[in-house]
Ligand binder design. Structure first.
Ligand SMILES: Nc1ncnc2c1ncn2[C@@H]1O[C@H](COP(=O)(O)OP(=O)(O)OP(=O)(O)O)[C@@H](O)[C@H]1O
Ligand SMILES: [Mg+2]
Length: 291
């Protein structure tokens, strides 16, 4: 090999190394958010939105379950979603969490993360937690063990058979028991809890992963009045620290927690405003609330 060629090769290798280095340090831009796992800490809310959907549609066998839906949520907001059966509320959550792919539209988490490029588990890792209607806790494990398990699957913690809580994690777990009002039930198997307590435990498990956005589908269905009131307190405590999207049919619950209420009907936004505003909207009365 001639010295010239060697020099040329070295020059190219150097350029390649520098280019790679540059690429690595260039992580704040919009393009960098695409196509690679992004940690929850990187969600860019500079534009005042944690979630942004525009003109989203999805059809099932020709039936438009979501039809040109646009919606956005501010960081720390507690947004309530109401609407008749079949309006598309659960389908909306399916789309945000990657369970269902829309046929058209835009779905962004912060201003840089295009959620349509990520799979369901990746979206969970990005910091979007979801609570389905039915409680899904490990019935044979204690309240403590359920929360501990949620910590183990935390992205920041290395999975290990010999997992031990460090003191910071222990503190977080104790704080969580207090937040979800299960401190007294800490050693009880989850299977012996009331329906409401199981729901709180599952919410606690989701919170152990510190989601930026938490989607809750009919969280107070089947709860006693007292459990419903406690759940309202819990959600009011969570707002600000997390962004919440809550779907519910229980209007007195909505009344106790709501700021902005979005009414869905036939797959799109029918009305939006305070509960009083949407309750007085003729179209909302017509399709949902009745006279
Ligand atoms: N995977 C699916 N396949 C076919 N149809 C579906 C699917 N998911 C939802 N749908 C249909 O889309 C429409 C919207 O359903 P969705 O469950 O989102 O309504 P909802 O607003 O959550 O209602 P509810 O208040 O009863 O929970 C319904 O007509 C439903 O049957
Ligand atoms: Mg539903």
């Amino acid at each position: 090999m001639t010295p010239d060629l060697m020099e040329d090769g070295e020059r190219r290798a150097r350029a390649h190394r520098e280019h790679k280095l540059k690429g690595r340090t260039h992580s704040g831009g919009r393009a960098a958010g695409f196509g690679r796992p992004v940690t929850a800490g990187e969600v860019d809310v500079a534009h005042g939105r944690i979630l942004y959907l525009e003109d989203v549609s999805v059809s099932f066998d020709g039936f438009k379950a979501i039809n040109g839906l646009s919606l956005d949520i501010a960081p720390g907001e507690l947004r309530c979603i109401i609407g008749p059966n079949g309006a598309g509320k659960t389908t909306l959550m399916d789309i945000i969490t990657g369970k269902t792919r829309p046929d058209a539209g835009t779905v962004f988490f912060g201003s840089t993360i295009d959620l349509l490029r990520y799979t369901e588990p990746e979206i969970a890792q990005l910091g979007i937690g979801r609570k389905f209607q039915k409680p899904t806790v490990f019935e044979r494990l204690t309240v403590f063990e359920n929360l501990e398990l949620a910590l183990k699957t935390d992205k920041g913690v290395k999975p290990s058979m010999f997992f031990r809580l460090d003191s910071g994690q222990g503190d977080r777990l104790a704080q969580m028991l207090h937040t979800i009002q299960l401190a007294e039930a800490v050693r009880r198997p989850a299977g012996t809890l009331s329906h409401g307590q199981k729901q709180w435990l599952e919410i606690g498990m989701l919170l152990m992963q510190d989601p930026k956005l938490l989607l809750l589908d009919e969280p107070v269905a089947g709860m006693t009045d007292e459990e419903t009131a406690r759940t309202a307190e819990l959600f009011l405590q969570l707002k600000g620290k997390h962004s919440l999207m809550v779907v519910e049919h229980d209007m007195s619950f909505i009344q106790s927690i709501s700021e902005i209420v979005t009414v869905l009907s036939e797959g799109s936004v029918l009305a939006q405003g305070t509960l009083a505003q949407v309750q007085n909207d003729e179209r909302v009365i017509e399709v949902y609330l009745g006279r």
